[in-house]
Write a new protein. Sequence first.
Lengths: 495, 281
Amino acid sequence: MSEFNSLKPSERMKIPRQQAAEQAAEVRSGNFLEVSLGLDEVRALTEASRCLECKNPVCIEGCPVGIDIRSFVQLVMKEDFVGAVNKIRESNYLPAICGRVCPQESQCEEVCTLGKKHPAVAIGKLERFVADYEMKHNLFTPPVIAGKRPEKVAIVGSGPSGLTCAAELAKLGYQVTVFEALHAVGGVLRYGIPEFRLPRYILDLETERIKALGVEIRTNFVIGKTATIDELFGEWGFSAVFLGTGAGTPTFMGIPGENLSGVYSANEFLTRVNLMRAYSFPEYDTPIKIGKQVAVIGGGNTAMDAVRTSKRLGAEKAYLVYRRSRQEMPAREEEIHHAEEEGIEFLLLTNPKRIINDGNNWVKGIECQRMELGEPDESGRRKPVAVQGSEFIIPVQTVIEAVGQKPNPIIQATTPGLQTGKRGTVVTNEFQRTSREGIFAGGDLSRGGATVILAMRDGKTAAAAIHDYVSSRNNGNTIHRPETEHPDPAAVHAT
Amino acid sequence: MFPIIAKTDLSSTVSKFVIGAPYIAKKRKPGNFIMLRLDETGERIPLTIVDGDAAKGTITLIVQAIGKTTRALCGKKAGDVIIDVVGPLGNPTPLEYHGSVACVGGGVGTAELLPIATGLKGLGNRLYSIIGARTQDLIILEKEMSGISDGLYLTTDDGSYGRKGFVTDQLKELLEGNLGIEAVYAIGPLPMMKAVSHLTKHYGVKTYVSLNAIMVDGTGMCGGCRVTVGGEMKFACVDGPEFNGHEVDFDELMMRNRTYGDMEKISIERFENNGKEKSFK
């Protein structure tokens, strides 16, 4: 037992928030190894002891999947690290991933009672610690699976929503098959998030644990092409389908010069590096070209990932070009901070106008315009307004556009009756039901671009709804259709 | 794992593969392609499905050893396996009854043309086919094309076989003859498709071309295969690969396809020098 257990609240508040060790910025910006090294055992115990063990644990409400945070932190305090990770796993089957990529600062840690006067409990780092502890000591035991059920459920896409939905349904005893278009499992966790934020072995291990529940994963299988949704219901014999195909189609700004060599979508750039390991060319076949100077356009997490990856590939100057100010950036504070530490140059209030041709159809620069903030727009953020006559040129040989993704249209185009909304998202209600009976959807496919944890929440919600749906069908009931259908998914998921 | 069931050499650099891929075999249509990855360190490349047998669960690919991956693939034999094959991708070629059509195949593009020509013939079209290549050794599928065509014309750049000259020389004659050709389907190297489109535009004959752009995933995810068609950005993988040849910006695509030229050379040299044993692993 830890000596911290007997501490009074006033004593707990005096303990400083424990920091996880990190690779030094000048070292890590030259490698793809993980930036944060996580808490060690002593620091984890110290950190857990900062928890005030509130009677009303608001942190749990702040967690999109409702992890029993108070209990797991108490278990850490008691040095029952395996108990702690299993407590998390009751609500979240991917703790090693969420402990790394969740924006805790705007969820559980934002509402933490301690955080009102002191730095909040480092819940995310504790989650990661117990998951890593279990992994390091090889202490994973698969959860108990309910009695096998005969019904088959198909999960389309092996990203965070799909894997979560698969795990939840497998625990309920369903026969679950995950269909993945790429050759590797994980969706955006694989092709999008770089290894320095989420090492590949973590993803591989979490995938193995999903398989340990009896889930079958079929890679190289494009639903809508290799088989349609209607065929999954028909000859394949699935009772329900969950769509978690994400928002994988890149959008471009539509400025002149975008088709020059040296211009990438962030998706292509990150896929080449993360999925295809282009950084190991020619040992790995897939090439990538990186200029001495690189400009990444955008202010979200994808932009941060791309610009930090550029630096690691050897760019001497890596610019982040964003048309609003730092305050409006949608990226996580931690990622912005890490990027700054790594020497990324932020060109804020700067809007790209055109990409300049070097005469051989390669990029040689990008013309930008200074912006200033005007009145708030529909997103509530102050709208950037161009400053006349402020055009200037940045010399770069690589331009990476990270200006948003939208859902891949293949399934929508091949599934009659599936209602779509703005920007090609699939419309769902609060139970993740779509307009087609037996088809559920979630994650970025229905949200149009959100976080890993919100995708996982959708996967969980959908799993419960699928369980209801299949059970009620077995009982011969007609399907209960909730009265509140939301034509616009944004209305459901306003955050 | 996708087994190579049979392999036949069609020329010194072109081989035909029958590959076990039952789901793809069932769904593929003329014009569809697959993405494949040979091994754990491999790249993903698109290849057109030339034929398939749903009952046997096989698809047929015809591959010319040009880049590193196609060379490695052509070094494989029946019994070897390919770790990843995914498809059928892209939109099927729009096949319809036009009356008389011309099908123009350049080099290994003839392989991609064969299922389309077969489909067009099946719809009752009168079919005039032109097969062109640099030299005689690279003329493939002459017998197969001859069997379905109402007229078959061969051209080689060096005159070693058939007519000396380009496919466009032959096509111009056909368009000027009173054959009533209403549509042209052209598949081959980009300069060939550009020349064909340029010619047919002059005659006002609808022309379909199949674009081979750089792809990573082949499912609309990377945007690497973006092409300008009719002034708009299109993705060859999901919006194509067939497009109206009169609207394609071929020059831009040819430039884009040269992006990794120097790195492709490094890959090929490395493969030819020391990587060969890899294909037998």
